[in-house]
Write a protein that binds this ligand. Sequence first.
Ligand SMILES: *[C@@H]1O[C@H](CO)[C@@H](O)[C@H](O)[C@H]1NC(C)=O
Ligand SMILES: *[C@@H]1O[C@H](CO)[C@@H](O)[C@H](O)[C@H]1NC(C)=O
Ligand SMILES: *[C@@H]1O[C@H](CO)[C@@H](O)[C@H](O)[C@H]1NC(C)=O
Ligand SMILES: *[C@@H]1O[C@H](CO)[C@@H](O)[C@H](O)[C@H]1NC(C)=O
Ligand SMILES: *[C@@H]1O[C@H](CO)[C@@H](O)[C@H](O)[C@H]1NC(C)=O
Ligand SMILES: *[C@@H]1O[C@H](CO)[C@@H](O)[C@H](O)[C@H]1NC(C)=O
Ligand SMILES: *[C@@H]1O[C@H](CO)[C@@H](O)[C@H](O)[C@H]1NC(C)=O
Ligand SMILES: *[C@@H]1O[C@H](CO)[C@@H](O)[C@H](O)[C@H]1NC(C)=O
Length: 482
Amino acid sequence: MFIRPSFLLVFLTRLATACLDHEDLVKSHIQTKINKTADPCTDFYAHVCPSNLPLNQTVGERLRQLYLQEAAKFHTKHDEFTKQIYTYVHNFRKVVNDLIEVCEITGDNKSLAIDFVNQTTRIAFNESSSCEAIGYTFGLSAFMLDPYELYGLLLDICFFGPRELEFSKSDLGHLLNKNEEKFMNSFKDEVRKKFLETPWLKNKNGTEVYLEFLENDFSLFKKTENIIHSWEKIFDDLENYSKSCKPNNTISSFVCAIEKLIALVRKKARPSFEFTMFEPSLNAGNLENEIKINRATQLLTLTDNMARLYGSYGFIVGHEVMHSFYSSGKDDNRLKDYWTDSSQCVGEQYTATCNEFGNEDCLPAGTDKTNEEDGSDLASIRVVYSDFQKNYLHNEKSDIDGITSEQMFFYAFASMWCTPRMFAFGNPVDVHSGPYIRVNALLAQMDEFKEAFQCAENSRMVKSKVEHCSIFRSGCAANQKE
Ligand SMILES: *[C@@H]1O[C@H](CO)[C@@H](O)[C@H](O)[C@H]1NC(C)=O
Ligand SMILES: *[C@@H]1O[C@H](CO)[C@@H](O)[C@H](O)[C@H]1NC(C)=O
Ligand SMILES: *[C@@H]1O[C@H](CO)[C@@H](O)[C@H](O)[C@H]1NC(C)=O
Ligand SMILES: *[C@@H]1O[C@H](CO)[C@@H](O)[C@H](O)[C@H]1NC(C)=O
Ligand SMILES: *[C@@H]1O[C@H](CO)[C@@H](O)[C@H](O)[C@H]1NC(C)=O
Ligand SMILES: *[C@@H]1O[C@H](CO)[C@@H](O)[C@H](O)[C@H]1NC(C)=O
Ligand SMILES: *[C@@H]1O[C@H](CO)[C@@H](O)[C@H](O)[C@H]1NC(C)=O
Ligand SMILES: *[C@@H]1O[C@H](CO)[C@@H](O)[C@H](O)[C@H]1NC(C)=O
């Protein structure tokens, strides 16, 4: 559970940085990738994210590469096992043939084959699907997708699990966790202050209920020694088991090696949240009010510049935190009684941004489908900016010529989203607004953005603002929620 914050310490201590031999990726994006021809007040997304930026040069992808590079420095006793599985699954043609063959032989193998394809391609097959269709679909997906995306969670556990456990035990792993906790304590303190100021929370003792929820029902996922140890045992077990499957390199030996893992995932032998901690990508999550930040995201804390830290990492963490407090009324949420439809202003802002900047990202933006994500974004950026402004802005010196610290925050925020939607979450039922709309809708709402870039009232970024849509802070209407 959450460790009680020590406020004084948080304000006096900066996040520590490591002697990692790499550049500050957000800084280098701002220095080298900005489209200076595009006016920030006209279209901030277009200004920060040039349309010709290759995927492998986005901040998110470069962070993932950096993490993989760091993790590759560790050797584990499971390297051979990992390599064996890796080699096999990268030989798609063989996997397709083997899948078809094994699937046709017996019913039991067919279920395993289906399970494997279900888990990897996320396309559902059933017992009445033909083995050819299963094999063909797998092959097609394998051909089209990056293998890491294709195999998803299941093989992330195999490929990255053992090394991530070693990484967790390293100095860098400890440092990242420490930075994360420091940030979270500072942010939580700011959230607490915002709750105290929020007029609509004063109804029905909402302030007390929200504060208590923040203190007791909400936590930060940590890779404790217990968790690490449990996973070490799991990998020992998997490897032992897979030894009996060697040495032939057929689907049955592969399925034999992997079936234990599939069974483990299916049985959820560990809390389901833990399964995602091996993902190497820029990602973060909130599962039942527990926040998990992946390694690639944590690497953003290795900077001395607080504007960049708060704009990039801070916004992502804040978004996950705010999922607990901006809820569109799920039944199991204790806070649901405090919510009404008055989150309407969020939807209106996204619709207005779409009307102004409309592009293919707009489709679900501003609808009920994206409302919880949009509202969490809006709550996050306000609280994160306020935390940054009160605690760091006054004594921060910009380290990029021609860019102020206020501007730096917004640059850092937007530079995290220069990613095509389809790659942003790898998920066909994405409930997020597209990156373009996320960036421009949020910044239209921020008066601080307008001031930082001295945008004219009739500039597109400013005029696309609807009413002031504040969720938690003194500026909210008293009756925003009843
Ligand atoms: C840069 O911005 C200008 C002005 O909006 C635009 O015409 C041009 O296509 C942009 N270039 C890239 C690479 O995004
Ligand atoms: C990035 O991708 C392009 C093609 O999409 C490729 O030519 C280039 O070598 C890649 N760069 C890196 C650093 O991987
Ligand atoms: C799965 O297929 C293999 C042949 O590839 C066969 O030896 C094995 O008995 C089958 N397993 C089951 C459980 O039917
Ligand atoms: C594959 O997924 C579908 C839909 O999620 C499910 O109905 C089916 O039982 C799964 N098949 C296996 C063998 O797990
Ligand atoms: C089984 O999968 C096939 C496609 O492979 C689909 O057409 C059919 O509706 C599915 N049946 C059930 C019961 O889900
Ligand atoms: C609010 O709290 C006070 C004292 O803690 C209690 O007397 C009162 O009934 C509460 N009001 C509501 C609406 O729960
Ligand atoms: C794995 O196998 C080794 C040698 O056979 C054995 O000593 C060890 O206890 C096994 N580990 C597990 C987790 O089963
Ligand atoms: C390959 O390994 C599997 C699983 O251990 C076994 O069932 C199968 O008989 C082996 N096939 C050959 C050709 O050795």
